[in-house]
Ligand binder design. Structure first.
Ligand SMILES: Nc1ncnc2c1ncn2[C@@H]1O[C@H](COP(=O)(O)OP(=O)(O)O)[C@@H](O)[C@H]1O
Ligand SMILES: [Mg+2]
Length: 357
């Protein structure tokens, strides 16, 4: 599975690039500001129709141009290929799958499962709970076909309920509470099941990368787990009305990752936290491959220089064994450490020109 070919037009400093990636490890070398992250960003845009750098993907359009386009040929399974394309104009996104316009971003995301690691990934642990909900939702979405619908229904109830709370419209609120409880319970339950499945994978990879440390995960629904959501909602309703928003529900869900029983956020070094996030993401990829036979692709931006030689060897073995397609950026071969020796397809980027080495 993965990208067989890629055409990038007007993504940041890349005016035009046609690339044929290798099926496994692709290494992209280039100096600061050459366009390495822009190259990864183009792949990310193709997979999600979003950017990992900015809230608005249109900021990635090359200066003085009207639109950016990324087209790719994807190996979906076996010999089956799909042609996908994403075109971004200001205020307009177009997704094409096999020649027809698709109005479902979910279809694109499912077709091209992709994970991303960068030096900013420490936010999965240190950042707000939103990062951890996003982490869980990526996993559940790819594992459970109905999840996207359930998640969207819950979010619709949440925004309707919050609107009514702001208007202090108590009678109308009841009508939404029922749906809120139904989909809120489903979303939280799906996340909990997912984390239960993920923990052994995290512990397995964690034992290699953070040896001698016991890794545990506490999952939080977003309300007191001793109560059903309808009871919790009832109890909180006076407060919800007073402040004009929903205090409880899966939109407040979270994870607490612990090492030797202590909160990682409070006790690990930044370096260890980054390693832990790598463990979490590799665990997700492994779980998805084992449960659904879906091999996600992986983007690793400027991350390898942060790994010591033991951990870069562990990552190297993981990448070799899993057979996944990944794209790793680095300034030069030295900063890749042990990973440098891996069997890979090499590219060089210079002033937005991407060339095979
Ligand atoms: N919208 C844009 N249009 C054109 N160039 C851009 C745009 N946004 C950023 N750049 C430039 O693109 C260059 C490449 O950036 P980047 O991909 O982050 O480099 P690298 O990851 O190799 O250090 C930078 O010089 C940056 O100033
Ligand atoms: Mg970069």
């Amino acid at each position: 599975m993965g990208l067989r070919s890629l055409r990038i037009t007007n993504v940041r400093n890349i005016a035009e690039a046609v690339v044929h990636p290798g099926p496994n490890v692709n290494i992209i070398l280039g100096e600061n500001g050459s366009g390495k992250s822009s190259f990864l960003e183009a792949i990310y845009i193709l997979a999600r129709a979003e950017s990992f750098r900015t809230r608005s993907v249109s900021e990635g359009i090359r200066f003085n141009e009207q639109e950016l386009v990324v087209n790719g040929e994807l190996q979906v399974s076996g010999d089956l290929d799909s042609r996908v394309g994403v075109r971004i104009r200001r205020g307009e996104k177009t997704i094409r799958i096999d020649g027809t316009e698709s109005f479902s971003k979910a279809r694109l995301i499912r077709l091209f499962p992709l994970q991303f690691i960068s030096p900013m990934s420490y936010q999965v642990i240190e950042g707000s709970p939103r990062f951890r909900r996003h982490f869980m939702d990526w996993g559940v979405f790819h594992l459970e076909d109905d999840y996207r619908t359930e998640w969207k229904r819950f979010n619709r109830c949440l925004s309707q309920r919050n609107r009514l709370l702001k208007e202090r419209s108590r009678p109308d609120l009841r009508a939404w509470d029922c749906e809120f409880v139904k989909y809120g319970t489903i979303v939280a339950g799906r996340r909990q099941d997912y984390i239960r499945k993920l923990i052994p994978y995290m512990q397995g990879i964690g034992q290699q990368m953070l040896p001698g440390k016991e890794l545990t995960v506490d999952y939080h629904h977003g309300w007191d787990p001793r109560d059903e959501l309808d009871i919790a909602l009832n109890t909180a309703s006076a407060r919800d009305l007073r402040f004009g928003f929903s205090h409880l529900g899966p939109h407040k869900g979270d994870l607490a990752v612990k090492i030797d029983g202590r909160s990682c956020k409070a006790y690990l070094s930044r370096g260890q936290i980054k390693l832990l996030v790598l463990v979490m993401i590799l665990a997700q990829i492994k779980l998805l491959a084992n449960e659904r036979n879906i091999v996600a692709s992986l983007l690793i931006d400027d991350f390898c220089a942060e790994l010591d030689s033991r951990n870069s060897s562990i990552l190297k073995n993981f990448l070799s064994d899993s057979g996944l397609q990944c794209f790793i950026t680095a300034m030069d071969r030295n900063s890749l450490g042990t990973l440098c020796g891996i069997n890979s397809t090499l590219f060089h980027v210079e002033r937005g020109q991407v060339k095979p080495i």
